[in-house]
Design a protein. Structure first.
Length: 265
């Protein structure tokens, strides 16, 4: 994995370096929640359709929209030919990324899967593999995509079916899923220091070892350290599910509540 270090500038451009989660909202005529002596907590009792609740961002699988959707002038067409999930007062941008942010996860497969894979944006999955297939192989990595023996003339010649099968369960729909019968750690739930962006990157770019199948060249942690910090030995991935990788301060996440590191200077 030492050669992987050279891919950092290229691969880092494909995923967000950080996760920004913002909540915003308008207001309606509902009175503010109040605390009582018997209940020190205040809960908002407005209906789910209240203007108080306006989705402006998502936090399910970070960096997916940044890596695979456009923030430019490109938009996704909805039913009837209009803009899918059009801008509102709390989120005024009409672009692919904010269309995703405003959408409901239950509709992700229907509304966004095709655009993720083969949309007109330069960073669609097909276009990324069209541009990087040869470079990944030159670095000793095996892409999950395949191209014709004579090379790919356009991104339409690139087959990303394996990439989609690997990555889709982790990013569509864009929610966090937890199965108590499986080991915890992203993509099964998410712990504080899970290297989420690196794992999504590996699933979208490399041919991974399927469960119960003949081992392929790579696994979900093969790109560990490309985006997320890994403080272990250089070139050596941590053992799955690879938690407590530490952060830029070289401190591990505390194992007891409230799970907060010391303040960063």
């Amino acid at each position: 994995m030492h050669s992987t270090a050279r891919t950092v500038p290229t691969l880092a451009a494909l995923a967000a370096a950080g996760l920004l989660a913002a909540c915003n909202g308008g207001s309606d005529d509902s009175p503010p929640p109040t605390r009582t002596a018997s209940s020190p907590y205040a809960f908002e009792e407005a209906s789910a359709n209240s203007a108080l609740y306006v989705r402006v961002d998502r936090t399910g699988a970070p960096a997916v929209a940044t890596a695979l959707l456009s923030r430019g002038a490109l938009t996704i067409t909805g039913v009837g030919g209009g803009i899918l999930n059009p801008a509102n007062a709390a989120n005024t941008f009409n672009d692919q990324r904010d269309q995703l942010n405003r959408g409901d996860p239950v509709n992700d497969a229907r509304d966004f899967a095709g655009t993720f894979v083969a949309g007109p944006q330069s960073n669609s999955l097909k276009n990324i593999h069209f541009k990087l297939n040869a470079e990944l192989r030159a670095l000793g990595l095996t892409p999950c995509s395949t191209i014709p023996a004579g090379g790919a003339a356009t991104n339409a010649d690139v087959n990303v079916d394996t990439c989609v099968a690997q990555a889709a369960p982790a990013i569509i729909p864009d929610v966090i899923v937890f199965d108590p019968n499986r080991p915890d750690g992203f993509p099964n739930g998410r712990t504080y220091d899970d290297p989420v962006a690196d794992r999504i990157l590996a699933a979208a770019l490399l041919r991974l070892v399927p469960d119960g199948a003949t081992p392929a060249p790579h696994h979900i942690d093969s790109l560990l350290g490309v985006i997320d910090t890994w403080n272990g030995p250089a070139g050596q991935p941590c053992a799955s599910p690879c938690r407590f990788t530490g952060d830029e301060t070289n401190t591990f996440s505390p194992a007891t509540f409230p799970f907060l590191r010391p303040a960063y200077p």
